[in-house]
Design a protein around this ligand. Structure first.
Ligand code: KG4
Ligand code: ZN
Length: 356
């Protein structure tokens, strides 16, 4: 890539509609010109989780107004967009189709190429938009609502899986535990906040696969342990779990968070040791967790390992990471943006299977 590129990114894989415009020069740092996000979380809260059909319908309502907002805030015209990028997968099929359909319609109308991006690659590369961008190679800890993976990253599109969860993702463990404590969906951030008031040693919870000798994770058993402990507390107080005193809920939250964070930190350190790499990148929604960041910073500092995160507001789903990943793939020559508008989406799509 020789000239500067203006990439419009559209994210619609789950319950957030994100649109962003990123300017990518051949030299220097990429520039986030504007980004806008509409979170559907409130709408899904009534159901305790994401309702796919409602998600798709809402993406359709939001995506064009958000695009207009981004263009307005960036001071750019639609005609100045060089490439339209969208999340091709993984995610909810109907939700993905909205972003793919709109991106291809815009591309066709403008006569500009489009490019489908892997959602997790977006998360993985999002720290390159931060004030402290990483350099290749690095170990990546990808911790989102649907995935928990450790990866060796040697460059754009050069991803080697080191370990992953065999059941629930870390974000799922946060969310399901939060639900048991009476916190609204998705609950991860709220559990983290409640945990700040609690004692992380109050309840002894399992650290699944901590000593398994590999880099895999398992969080399903922890969720059950949290449920059993919460019920025990409710019986002891002779009340419903949700009516437990705030301090008990805070202790449960802190103990749960400590179990999840300890496993994530120790396995990340093991991955660094195994690969001999001195750089760690943390990405995905759980990467916003304050305790995870505090412990990783301390442990990495002790080992002279540099650790990088996305900006806090870009940890969870957003359009900027999609624009960024598209631009980086183009710049690295990993993919061509094409004037082909017969899109398909990939609801299931392993990151290490994306190829060149
Ligand atoms: O990456 P993301 O936005 O969506 C997926 O691609 O899945 O991640 C969402 C997940 C949810 O499980 C949410 O509860 C969790 O990230 N999360 C957090 C925090 N903020 C978001 N978990 C723990 N602490 C947080 N501060
Ligand atoms: Zn995500």
């Amino acid at each position: 890539m020789t000239k500067a590129l203006c990439v419009l990114g559209i994210e619609s894989s789950c319950d957030e509609t994100g649109v962003a415009l990123v300017r990518f020069a051949s030299h220097g740092l990429p520039e986030l010109l504007a980004h806008a996000l509409y979170s559907q979380i409130q709408m899904h809260q009534a159901y305790g989780g994401v309702v796919p059909e409602l998600a798709s319908r809402d993406h359709i309502r939001r995506v064009l107004p958000l695009t207009q907002q981004v263009l307005g805030e960036s001071g750019r015209a639609l005609a100045e967009v060089d490439v339209v990028a969208f999340t091709r997968g993984p995610g909810l099929a109907g939700a993905l189709l909205v972003g793919a359909g709109v991106a291809c319609a815009l591309g066709a109308a403008l006569g500009k190429p489009v490019l489908g991006v892997h959602h997790l690659e977006g998360h993985l590369l999002s720290p390159f938009l931060s004030a402290d961008p990483p350099e290749f190679p690095f170990v990546a800890l990808l911790v989102s609502g649907g995935h928990t993976q450790l990866m060796r990253v040697d460059g754009v599109g050069r991803y080697q899986m080191l370990g992953e969860t065999i059941d629930d993702a870390a974000g799922e463990a946060f969310d399901k535990s939060a639900k048991m404590l009476g916190l609204p969906y998705p609950g991860g951030a709220a559990l983290g906040q409640l945990a700040q008031m609690g004692d992380s040693t109050a309840y002894k919870l399992p650290r699944p696969l901590l000593h398994s000798g590999d880099l895999d994770f398992s969080f399903a058993g922890l969720k059950t342990a949290v449920m059993v402990q919460t019920k025990k507390c409710a019986v002891a107080y002779d009340i419903q779990a949700h009516a437990l005193p705030l301090m008990v809920l805070a202790d449960l939250a802190a103990s749960t968070q400590a179990a999840i964070v300890e496993v994530l930190v120790k396995k990340s350190l093991a991955a660094l040791k195994q690969t001999g790499l001195k750089r760690l990148v943390v990405a995905g929604g759980v990467g916003a967790n304050g305790e995870l960041r505090r412990q990783l910073n301390a442990e990495c500092n002790r080992r002279a390992v540099r650790v990088h995160y996305p900006e806090l507001h870009l940890c969870t789903d957003n359009g900027a990471m999609i624009a960024m990943a598209a631009a980086m793939r183009l710049q690295a020559g990993r993919q061509q943006a094409q004037m082909v508008y017969a899109f398909d989406v990939k609801p299931r799509w392993p990151l290490d299977a994306i190829g060149a």
